[in-house]
Design a protein around this ligand. Structure first.
Ligand SMILES: NC(=O)c1ccc[n+]([C@@H]2O[C@H](COP(=O)([O-])OP(=O)(O)OC[C@H]3O[C@@H](n4cnc5c(N)ncnc54)[C@H](O)[C@@H]3O)[C@@H](O)[C@H]2O)c1
Length: 418
């Protein structure tokens, strides 16, 4: 029986070229792939991976397969799939279940196909695969050695599952590796969010009032890039420390309801529900653009936007114009789904190199630790995080100093002071 479902298999050649292009920017993954080819640390292990189906993910998938894994993929978002990358992977013999623009029913059907692979390791981005497994295929969880989770929102969901005693196997929070969030969330989301909004709208950023909801790792990256393009950046936050940080980083900080009087472009990256709600939308100026870069399409209250609107029209790819009863037009990008993957190509390969190096090494670690970890959410082992940093730096031809024996001893001591 066919175990894949993609849009168009004739896109495979285009996909292969783009996968190779991404590979040029992924030297760390390349090294891991070469070692996996020799050592086969994942021999015969069934992996179900629910990730954004992009050219970078394709390079991760090929690396895991090189390590001996028996792999199936599905999308972690209905609008993030690159159909050519999916076609290329299928041609390479890796089943993919993902079509850009698939409806919710197809999205979950694809997740179920991936689960029917009876995974021994799950690789997830947002925890939809893991939560479906625990809700509908809980018996399968007994065969799972462990899992990895790519993003902040997924880690939050998994920690909540663990707290309720519902998590059936150990999961490594790849998101929380320093070589992931400091680079992927900050520089990756920063650049690609601006890219997605620019591709969708072709707006000029210089001189624009840009409101960013959430000053976490993603928000920091988006703010810095928007400012670099000449935008006047306003931050909204709910955490006093993050708000203070934004203030001292030089941004204006205020309540969102006040920012609505000023803002021209609004970007959410909070991981939270209804960060932009009906009351905010009603206050926005004519022509306001709304985009989300958080994991789920819940950060902008779209049902509220729909009910405030008297009409809706798609005016460009990924741009929907809502005309409100008050006569103002509000533009929603990418149906409120993560704009960097919906309207652009997601993070640049160079940054995914580090995120996916963590993924590959954590999958290998789980295979080695089979049976030794209790069901819980674990940090990426320090050695893996350091190794990824070391390899990336080496690939950039950057060398750094190392501690002398005297310095190591000093840093481990407490006796000597003033
Ligand atoms: N688009 C992408 O490619 C991509 C990449 C990485 C992460 N993400 C997603 O982006 C989201 C943010 O990730 P992060 O790593 O920056 O998380 P984070 O936890 O570092 O930051 C989130 C920030 O949002 C703030 N916040 C929460 N609710 C808020 C509200 N109602 N209004 C204003 N601020 C609020 C929090 O106080 C926090 O400072 C998550 O959903 C994550 O999964 C997306």
């Amino acid at each position: 029986m066919k175990n894949y479902d993609i849009k168009d298999s004739t896109l495979d050649e285009e996909g292969k070229l783009r996968i190779d292009w991404a590979a040029r920017e992924m030297p760390v993954i390349k090294l891991i792939k070469q070692r996996f080819a020799q050592e086969k640390p994942l021999k015969g292990i069934r992996i179900s991976a629910c990730l954004h189906i992009t050219t970078e993910t394709a390079n991760l998938a090929l690396t895991l397969r090189e390590g001996g894994a028996d792999l199936i993929l599905c999308a972690s978002n209905p609008l993030s799939t690159q159909d050519d990358a999916a076609a290329a992977l299928v041609d390479y013999g890796i089943p993919v279940n993902a079509i850009k623009g698939e409806d919710n029913e197809t999205y979950y059907r694809h997740i179920i196909t991936a689960l029917e692979h009876k995974p021994q390791i799950t690789t997830d981005d947002g925890a939809d695969l893991v939560s479906t497994l625990h809700k509908e295929y809980v018996d399968y969880s007994h065969n799972v050695i462990g899992g990895t989770e790519e993003t902040t929102t997924g880690v939050i969901r998994l920690r909540n599952m663990a707290k309720e005693g519902r998590l059936g196997y150990p999961i490594i929070a790849v998101n929380d590796a320093q070589t992931k969030y400091l680079f992927d969330n900050r520089y990756g989301t920063g650049q690609s969010t601006i890219d997605g909004i620019t591709r969708a709208t072709n707006i000029l950023w210089a001189g624009r009032n840009v409101v960013i909801c959430g000053y976490g790792w993603c928000g920091k990256g988006i703010a810095r890039r928007a400012q670099g393009l000449g935008a006047k950046v306003i931050i909204t936050e709910v955490n006093p420390v993050s708000a203070l940080e934004a203030t001292m980083d030089g941004y204006q900080v205020m309540k969102l309801i006040e920012a609505c009087q000023i803002g021209e472009i609004f970007i959410t990256s909070t991981g939270d529900l209804n960060a932009i709600d009906a009351a905010h939308i009603s206050q926005m100026k004519d022509g306001a653009i709304l985009a989300n870069s958080g994991h789920f399409n819940v950060e902008i209250n779209i049902p509220a936007l729909e009910s405030l609107a008297k009409s809706k029209k798609r005016i460009r790819p990924f741009v929907d114009e809502y005309t409100l009863a008050n006569g103002r037009c509000i533009y929603l990008l990418g149906e409120g789904r993560l704009v960097n993957l919906a309207a652009a190509e997601g993070h640049p390969a160079s940054v995914m190199d580090m995120s996916f190096a963590n993924q590959a090494l954590c999958v290998e670690y789980l295979a080695k630790m089979r049976g030794k970890l209790e069901p819980n959410v674990y940090s990426v082992p320090e050695e893996i995080d350091q190794e990824v940093g070391k390899l990336k730096l080496a690939s950039m031809n950057i060398t750094i100093d190392s501690l002398t024996e005297e310095q190591k001893n000093y840093l481990q001591s407490w006796e000597s002071g003033t």
